[in-house]
Write a protein that binds this ligand. Sequence first.
Ligand code: UD1
Ligand code: MG
Length: 456
Amino acid sequence: MSNIFAVILAAGQGTRMKSKLYKVLHPVCGKTMVEHVIDHIGSLNVERVVTVVGHGAELVKETLGDKSEYVLQAEQLGTAHAVQQAEPILGSLEGTTLVVCGDTPLIRPETMQALFAHHEANNAKATILTAVAENPTGYGRIIRDADGQVAQIVEQKDASAEQQLVKEINTGTYCFDNKALFEALKQVKNDNAQGEYYLPDVIEILQKQGEVVAAYVTENFDETLGVNDRFALSQAEELMRARINERHMRNGVTIINPASTHISADAVIGSDSVLLPGVIIEGKTVIGEDCKIGPNSHIVNSKIGNSTTIHSSVVLNSQVGNETAVGPFAHLRPESTLGDHVKIGNFVEVKKSTLGDDTKVSHLSYIGDAEIGSNVNIGCGSITVNYDGKNKFKTTIEDDVFVGCNSNLVAPVTLKKGSFIAAGSTITKEVPEEALAIARARQENKLGYLSKNKSK
Ligand code: UD1
Ligand code: MG
């Protein structure tokens, strides 16, 4: 099909969400609803995408960036009025226009394709994506005539008791002949229960003009869920989570307990990786093959290599190499980079630091603003003293350094290659290559001190 356009309706406040955040910006599996919609459209062959913005216009534009063109609906007078705002961009074009609501994040591209195919096969001027709902409350109902042809769509608030029994609902997604759409929009009136210009009224207008109006009934009601309140948001989250988890499992990822595993829509996970219960993977995280993640790990916008373990830990905007072990109970803060065969053990915090291959920080340490080479051992309880209350300073630790337990490395400071720091040292000066640094008070033993005191 040539000349396909899309209009996304995203101007509403979303009153029923009872939120300071505009409805279409609420996330589902870590990605805003309107981004889900636009990404689904992006996988179709659409020439121009126009998003109608109003409430939160600037934020919506910021979120979608150059994935769309924008028109402003200054006052929210209804969905027909919203589409009308796209007329200056699309009005004069020949083609087919897909209209989608910004609050239906689950409709898959395959379903939109099927809608297009049905539209073409019927040579229709308008085709509605409909579904049969067990509980149709809140949706527009599809009213068919005696021949089974679509006659009109009636909104919940305008529906008679009899019409409310109809279970076939309008999903809010449609295909229109572009010119016929903008012509019909001019005739839409707002004499209804909500005093709004309803886009669904276009259907009755076209039907009365004798045009072909079709409906494509999708089997899967779950896909068509429109999110109007927080309860529906939780349902959308659950459905999307199950869909994402299934995709990963079919790609060879083991998920022990899918119900407690949350993976963002854009995460990538290699085969034979195992996700244990309580794992949350957010943003554009990439996890390699043969990894063991969890239980209870939270990974955000990070890249994890192959055969790596992240046990009960938090990893934020960081990179972790291959065959590396993190946790239990470690915290990798943003801009941390770990090489291969690295070990970060329990109660270790790493911030904005690089650790080379085979380096180990096994217990109870803070590593901040440090550049650490390979094959370095940081003993238990050692820390980089990177902050003087005003500025942050860098610690450089070259390859093959051994830092004894409970050492303070007061930055800025460099430990040269192969040097050795005695346990309990407070290092304030550069340590030369292969040198032993001891920076602590010497031990003094007072012989017989206790027995002498006792006899007094
Ligand atoms: C709408 C449909 C209903 C359908 C349901 C599917 C209408 C009148 N009703 O109802 O038939 O069953 O979706 O989920 O279209 N919007 C604007 N400008 C406006 C009004 C709304 O941009 O002036 C946007 C909203 O931001 C939202 C979308 O249009 O993304 C749908 O609006 P909403 O208020 O959610 O309509 P529903 O009551 O769900
Ligand atoms: Mg809605």
